[in-house]
Design a protein around this ligand. Structure first.
Ligand code: C2E
Ligand code: CA
Ligand code: CA
Length: 561
């Protein structure tokens, strides 16, 4: 196989000009000899012989289609059937439009029309084709993905571009299919099952887009791209792919981002970036499966990128601040401050205050969350220690843990070091773990939570009711409190006035022997109703918004008096 360094060993890349007309050979030779090492062939057989002899050094072939002994098309066929010669790019020299199309279909990279255009145009086409061929060789030497048999990304882009050349007026869509949390699936069921699912999805996509003018490829492990003539509706395809996955008894969601009516002035990969942006918009939405690109998403994407890029600087410059929101024990006649939740905020020098609802999901995606959370846990512990020392009073403060942190084998050691360093105990620092973390990989997470509890940490299950724990699992849950998902509070007090879910969660908590915390409580009406239903702890704007540490001191002082 020819390598990049072979091709430029003598300082110039080698080109073959195959044309039976002396004038043409000389003309191309003159234009190109300052930049390339030129070989010349007068007929098809001679060209073929020279290609074989120089197969390890030849960078490109300029091929006349009409030649004695062997025509250009026949030569292209031979090259195509020889794996050793197939990778050498060919530019076809032709005056005839039909044969131009045929030669492109046969794998020619490009064509140069006769009569010849400006020397600069010729040079540009040649260097572009060489670059393309060399890039491709470096990236991959295969056209098909081994697992699924779909095109690899390099060939996929190549065919999309070729198709556009033939059908410039056809409206095209770029689609990006993505599987949510595919790695979790691999971890739970093993690689073999993961592979089986990918193959089935590939098969189904090929079936759906098998008609001419559509191309399918697997881009990364669990991302599939489709380029096809425009359709108004892709929901039946999503349904079909989801059905395949369901048959395999794997509860995963497939989402698709659609960039319709592609702007063909954009590079082909930029068109698929747009489809991917659309797909990512619904990453955490479990009821929407199709998302269409629109220009506003580019702004959102740029904003997200900016936040991720600026994270290290922001952390170093102390732009993150921890706020505290009180939780009240409401069992007695008068509510009593029982604890608080630490919630992070980003005070950005030019963008102002940014809510964690905006940046936490981004940081979870990019793996930055561990650094931020460690900062929050540390700052919270320092603050608790400071209150104890200065005010002689404190309450336990809950910090939030992200799903990824539950997989960190060093988590417990890290937590203990943070409390030790500040002279506080695990009883001072509660941990809020979202219910969905338990569900995704229950056994492993449950083990981790058990160990945390054995080390004295108090565990609150956050957003309870949103993660669909099975009743079976609930009975073994290692938790110390259930925190009701805010949406139950919302639906209990909207026009439906339905408090049944709240009652159910309270029953479950009774069964487990743990208290229920209601958050997002905004009005006196809500407060009184929850108290009546048997909810023990309440957090929400009714008592206070999250406030900075110094403002929180007034709540502590009330407790002291
Ligand atoms: P969460 O843990 O469910 O936190 C509760 C959210 O509800 C907070 O939003 C809080 O400010 C808000 N809230 C409290 N009372 C009320 C109320 O009466 N009405 C309404 N409408 N909202 C109320 P916030 O601070 O914007 O945080 C959003 C989410 O960001 C949190 O949801 C949590 O998942 C995440 N988060 C915040 N801080 C951290 C952190 O330090 N680490 C991690 N991993 N996640 C964090
Ligand atoms: Ca929380
Ligand atoms: Ca919550």
């Amino acid at each position: 196989m020819k390598s990049y360094t072979d091709a430029i060993e003598n300082g110039k890349r080698q080109l073959l000009v195959a044309d039976d007309e002396f004038v043409n050979r000389e003309m191309l030779g003159n234009i190109l000899e300052s930049e390339y090492d030129i070989l010349k062939a007068e007929d098809g057989e001679m060209a073929y012989e020279m290609i074989r002899q120089n197969r390890n050094t030849l960078s490109l072939i300029l091929l006349d289609l009409i030649m004695p002994k062997l025509t250009g098309i026949e030569l292209l066929n031979r090259l195509n059937n020889d794996p050793e010669l197939k990778g050498i790019p060919v530019i076809v020299l032709t005056s005839d439009q039909d044969s131009e199309v045929e030669s492109l279909k046969k794998g020619a990279y490009d064509f140069i029309p006769k009569p010849y255009p400006q020397p600069d145009v010729i040079k540009a086409r040649i260097s572009r084709s060489i670059e393309l061929a060399e890039d491709r060789q470096i990236i991959s030497s295969t056209e098909r993905d081994e697992l699924t048999g779909l095109f690899t990304i390099e060939y996929f882009y190549r065919y999309c571009n070729q198709y556009d050349k033939f059908y410039p007026l056809q409206d095209m869509d770029a689609l990006c299919f993505d599987i949510n949390h595919f790695h979790v699936l691999n971890e739970r069921f093993g690689m073999a099952k993961g592979d089986e699912i990918l193959k089935c999805i590939a098969g189904r996509l090929e079936k759906a887009f098998g008609d001419t003018g559509s191309f399918v490829c697997r881009k990364t492990a669990d991302t599939f791209l489709v380029y096809c003539p425009h359709h108004d509706d892709y929901s039946h395809i999503i349904d079909e792919v989801s059905a395949v996955i369901e048959e395999l008894e794997a509860a995963v969601k497939v989402r698709v981002g659609v960039y319709s009516f592609c702007d063909k002035k954009l590079d082909i990969n930029a068109r698929f970036d747009r489809a991917k942006i659309a797909a990512d918009k619904i990453r955490n939405n479990y009821s929407v499966f199709i998302s269409h690109f629109d220009e506003a998403l580019i702004d959102a994407e740029l904003y997200a990128e900016q936040l991720v890029d600026e994270f290290p600087k922001a952390l170093a410059e102390n732009q993150f601040r921890v706020f505290f929101q009180p939780k009240y024990d409401v069992r007695g006649d008068e509510p009593v401050l029982s604890s608080a939740e630490a919630l992070v905020r980003w005070f950005h020098p030019s963008l102002g205050m940014i809510s964690p609802g905006v940046f936490i999901p981004l940081f979870e995606e990019d793996g930055l969350i561990a650094q931020l959370d460690e900062f929050v846990w540390r700052r919270t512990s320092e603050t608790i220690a400071d209150w104890k020392k200065r005010l002689g009073v404190s309450v336990p403060i809950s910090v939030n843990l992200s799903r990824a942190e539950m997989y960190d084998p060093g988590l417990i050691a890290k937590m203990e070091k943070i409390t030790d360093d500040n002279g506080i105990t695990p009883k001072d620092l509660y941990l809020e773990i979202t219910e969905s973390a338990y569900v995704s990989d229950s056994d492993q997470i449950i083990e981790r939570v058990k160990t945390l509890r054995e080390h004295g940490f108090f565990i609150e299950m956050d957003d309870f009711g949103s993660g669909y724990s099975s009743l079976n699992m609930i009975s073994e849950l290692p938790v110390d409190a259930l925190k009701l998902d805010m949406k139950f509070i919302r639906s209990a007090f909207d026009k439906h006035n339905d408090t049944r879910m709240i009652s159910i969660v309270i029953d479950i908590a009774d069964y487990l022997g743990v208290p229920v915390i209601a958050e997002g409580v905004e009005t006196e009406e809500q407060y009184l109703a929850l108290k009546r239903l048997g909810c023990e702890i309440i957090q929400g704007y009714y008592f206070s918004k999250p406030v900075p540490a110094d403002e929180f001191e007034q709540f502590l002082m009330q407790k002291r008096s």
